[in-house]
Design a protein around this ligand. Structure first.
Ligand code: ZN
Length: 413
């Protein structure tokens, strides 16, 4: 029996249903925030399934949970697959959890089919991907990859003042697993993450598999505009330095400049502040945020240059300054992994399309360590971060079949 044929759709679906009970909400979603008692329960459930199949489990200093299936050459670096088990406060049952359960199903399918790999294979649940309780998100994978410092993260507090270190200790107490000696990550030979798309493209194009080419880069700015406060009744237009009017001119010019033909550039003004905020005073100050995303850094460079040119010209006669707050470079996944995903989907007779990921994922950090890639499957109407998030058992199984075949290639390489 091949690895893909051994994937059991019913078992994978049943495991989703069981996990969805942990932190389950009345509307059918989940509230399983990072390092909560519900998170601990999910860890225990995964660990119990792993132990029952004879797989070993262990955790690391940031609480990433690893399930390991031994390879014929145990000294070789393992190949890993996984995602996260934490959710948004009103999250769905598939975001993250699918990647963990698909990875676990891959291990089980190989076990059922009696297929031995050269390299060990691991299913991993990264700690705190969502970043809703403790910020920033994708924390477990970032610490593993050495991109965030462990000590800094342990000191992060939630809204109630509980530190991540305290919550982690409580979680590992409730869901114990053998602790890895190393403070951060270990070498991996490859990483593949399965995830629901969280967008509408696959459904719209009637495709089952998204061959994820990378994760788009994002940049965030604040535009500060300074005008002059004046009386709303007595000041003629020619004498005004209206900071909000200047802000709208900049915004309008930027909406136009960012209207690209292929609809790939994401441009959002999500927060505007106007001062002094009085109905009968011409605003003396205005500031607004810009969130800009695109798969290519070069495009973001061009748009940043455009922004820096537009701001002073359109803001006049007010003065203006543009502050760049964050700059996260795009992730380009490994060419061989991308090709493997495409090739295996094709061979399994599954419709597929290449696409970048609009959202961030743990894979963006792990891609700095080893050849990495992602597999997307459709979710209903593209809705995610919502309790009504939904996917079909057949699509989840299809993505897992591609995953098994890709993992087999990587683990025997
Ligand atoms: Zn996710």
């Amino acid at each position: 029996m091949s690895g893909a044929k051994a994937v059991r759709e019913d078992r994978l679906w049943q495991r989703h249903a069981e996990m969805a009970k942990l932190g389950g909400t009345p509307k059918g979603g989940v509230n399983r925030q990072a390092l909560s008692p519900e998170d601990a329960a999910a860890r225990n459930l995964l660990a119990s399934w792993a132990t029952a199949r004879g797989f070993s489990i262990f955790t690391d200093a940031i609480g990433n949970l690893f399930v390991r299936r031994q390879g014929s050459d145990p000294g070789l670096a393992p190949v890993a697959s996984g995602s996260h088990m934490d959710s948004q406060p009103t999250g769905g049952r598939f975001d993250g959890m699918y990647g963990v359960l698909a990875a676990f199903e891959a291990l089980e399918a190989l076990e059922d089919a009696g297929i031995q790999t050269r390299r060990p294979l691991m299913a991993v649940a990264w700690t705190n991907e969502e970043g809703s309780r403790f910020q920033p998100g994708a924390m477990g994978s970032a610490v593993f990859a050495g991109r965030f410092k462990l000590d800094d993260m342990l000191g992060v507090k939630d809204w109630e003042g509980v530190s991540l270190g305290e919550a982690l200790a409580a979680t590992l107490n409730a869901a114990p697993a053998p602790m890895l000696d190393a403070m951060t990550g270990f070498p991996l030979a490859g990483y593949v993450e399965a995830h629901i798309e969280q967008g509408p493209q696959l459904e719209a194009e009637c495709k089952t598999i998204g061959v994820v080419t990378g994760i788009q880069g994002s940049r965030r700015y604040i535009v500060h505009i300074a005008g002059e406060e004046a009386h709303a009744g007595t000041t003629p237009r020619s004498a005004r330095k209206d900071a909000f009017a200047a802000a709208t001119r900049v915004a309008t010019a930027m909406y136009e400049a960012t209207t690209d033909q292929d609809d790939a550039l994401r441009f959002t003004i999500g927060r505007v502040e106007v001062q002094p905020g009085s109905p009968n005073t011409v605003p003396g100050k205005a500031s607004f945020t810009i969130d800009m995303r695109h798969p290519e850094d070069a495009v973001l460079d061009v748009m940043e240059k455009t922004l820096l040119e537009i701001v002073p010209v359109r803001a006049a006669p007010c003065s203006a300054r543009t502050e760049r707050v964050t700059n996260v470079a795009p992730t380009n996944f490994d060419r061989r992994v991308i090709e493997l995903v495409r090739e295996k989907a094709e061979r399994l007779g599954l419709s597929h399309m290449d696409m970048p990921s609009g959202a961030g994922h743990d894979a963006m950090h792990i891609a700095t360590l080893c050849p990495a890639g992602m597999i997307f499957v459709p979710c209903e109407r593209g809705i995610s971060h919502n309790e009504i998030e939904n996917a079909t058992p057949a699509d989840l199984a299809a993505g897992t079949r591609v995953l098994v075949e890709v993992l087999l290639e990587l683990a025997n390489y």
